[in-house]
Design a protein around this ligand. Structure first.
Ligand SMILES: [Zn+2]
Length: 128
């Protein structure tokens, strides 16, 4: 059953992927902030538990969502705009919108210096 749902997700995101890269520019879902230029992220299927978006900061119970589809960005300077949360654990930081601070939209691994942006947490649009 797990495999089937993974395949479904891949089909859903296929129109966003060209040669394993992001076909479109990546934007914040809540504001006009441009996050990542097209073709800068590499599609990667990896399991990561990401907390739900925009939880209250003082909320103790952090509910997570298992997401499997990410844009892997090898260098943080490839982003147009990105913000980082405080370090969560062992070098992991969450990615947030640099302008409206909504997030997490992905995570950053300080050990590998690679960032992962969840496809389902951002907006994809043609270059304007
Ligand atoms: Zn934003």
């Amino acid at each position: 059953m797990t495999e089937e749902s993974t395949i479904d997700v891949k089909i859903n995101f296929n129109h966003l992927i060209t040669e394993e890269k992001n076909k479109h520019t990546v934007y914040c879902t809540k504001c006009p902030s441009k996050i990542l230029p097209s073709t800068m992220g590499k599609y990667l299927s990896i399991e990561f538990n990401l907390p739900h978006m925009s939880q209250k900061k003082n909320c103790e119970a952090v509910e997570c969502e298992l997401l499997t589809d990410y844009w892997m960005v090898p260098d943080m300077y490839m982003f147009d705009n990105i913000g980082f949360s405080k370090t969560v654990e062992s070098g992991i930081k969450y990615l947030i919108c640099a302008d409206c601070e909504i997030g997490p939209i992905g995570w950053y691994d300080d050990n590998t210096k690679q960032s992962y942006v969840a496809l389902s947490r951002v907006k994809h649009a043609e270059d304007s």
